[in-house]
Design a protein around this ligand. Structure first.
Ligand SMILES: Cc1cc2nc3c(=O)[nH]c(=O)nc-3n(C[C@H](O)[C@H](O)[C@H](O)COP(=O)(O)OP(=O)(O)OC[C@H]3O[C@@H](n4cnc5c(N)ncnc54)[C@H](O)[C@@H]3O)c2cc1C
Ligand code: SF4
Length: 326
């Protein structure tokens, strides 16, 4: 049962920000995650503020510098099929194509995908766990098959978004609109790990709205990709995933951003992999060394050790593929 709430369609960004300053109000974009959270009692809302009519939050535009601005209300399906994104930012196009099912991609927005709540079954269930304000993480001694193997502390969720790791690899930033105006945050700094604060997922303050995502122009020699392994082919969240954006010069890596999905509470940059591959050709020796080094940093829980060979195989395969050894 979904509890009663007032539903208001904001007619301007200013009105939405003002309505959100009221206690216990929530943004509704496509509603695919919000409605489930209200139904399952993840949080409550006395007012739901729909932003779906805000035209300034829609669409994909090129910037004067040759980059892209993607409005927060742009659907995942629009991103997956956009020809500029397909050609210049393949990691993002691949990630968007891997999100959920066609129906959810048509309804779900990119802003909602970045701000969706974690999928931990205790959190989504009736357990008053640490992240909900309780004192206990039930995953530690409980069912932790789908939990993290990197970066867990206090809370062991994996970040659910496929698009976030791809956008971080591609150096995206977000414009956030709030009562004091706009601020721009690198997407890499947008997510909050449990070691910083286990009750929050992002740096958004009450009344703040993600307005758009900004992608810089693609560098010469950039190759990018997103791959994920999931339990079911039809739709599912990542068990293990990699987003890569690698710049090559004379066949060698001159710059690399490698971001993991399905492994950590935030989309996690793997600096250890980036350091190892920098300045080298992406051959079998380099890829294997990088994967082994990554997995030395893993700290699996009781039931998710199976993720280690998944990440190893995926990382080696994708590094070789971008390096031209398919
Ligand atoms: C069955 C199922 C399978 C799924 N599988 C995947 C998957 O494989 N990969 C994946 O990445 N995702 C997956 N998802 C998540 C799905 O992609 C998200 O539900 C969707 O992207 C959210 O978009 P929305 O517009 O519907 O957001 P909403 O449900 O409207 O909002 C989601 C949250 O973000 C907040 N919010 C929305 N827009 C903004 C904004 N502009 N600024 C600030 N806060 C905002 C809302 O208040 C809410 O808390 C799945 C979801 C379901 C239900
Ligand atoms: S992993 Fe996080 S969300 Fe899940 S039960 Fe533990 S504290 Fe709660």
């Amino acid at each position: 049962m979904i509890p009663n709430f007032s539903y208001i369609r904001a007619l301007s960004l200013e009105e939405a920000i003002r309505l959100l300053s009221e206690d216990d109000s929530r943004i509704y974009a496509g509603g695919t995650d919000l409605v489930g959270c209200l139904r399952d009692g993840v949080f409550s809302a006395s007012t739901v503020v729909s932003i779906s009519r805000l035209k300034e939050l829609k669409g994909i535009r090129t910037t004067p510098s040759g980059g892209l601005r993607i409005g927060a209300l742009t659907t995942i399906a629009e991103i997956a099929r956009n020809p500029i994104i397909k050609t210049s930012y393949p990691a993002l196009s691949m990630a968007a194509s891997e999100v959920a099912s066609p129906q959810l991609r048509h309804q779900g927005t990119i802003g909602g995908n970045l701000c969706q709540k974690p999928r931990c079954w205790y959190y989504r269930g009736e357990f008053y766990c640490l992240r909900k304000g309780g004192v206990h993480c039930y995953a530690v001694d409980g069912e932790n098959t789908y939990h993290c193997i990197f970066g867990g502390e206090n809370c062991y969720i994996v970040h659910p978004s496929d698009t976030a790791p791809a956008l971080i690899a591609l150096r995206a930033s977000v414009t956030i609109a709030g009562p004091a105006g706009n601020r721009v945050v690198a997407l890499e700094d947008f997510f909050i790990s449990p070691s910083q604060d286990y009750t929050r997922e992002t740096v958004l303050e009450r009344s703040e709205i993600v307005k758009e995502i900004i992608l810089p122009p693609p560098e010469k020699g950039l190759r990018s990709s997103y791959r994920k392994i999931r339990a079911r082919r039809s739709w599912d969240f990542a068990l293990a995933g990699t987003a890569m954006a690698i710049v090559f010069k004379n066949g060698q890596v001159s710059d690399a951003r490698i971001v993991l999905s399905g492994g950590a509470p935030i989309p996690l940059r793997s600096r250890v992999v980036e350091t190892i591959i920098n300045g080298r050709r992406l051959d079998q020796k380099t890829a294997t060394e990088a994967a082994d080094a990554l997995l030395e940093t893993a700290d699996p829980m009781g039931q998710n050790e199976y993720k280690i060979p998944l990440f190893r195989g995926l990382l080696i395969k994708e590094l070789l593929s971008l390096g031209g050894y398919p």
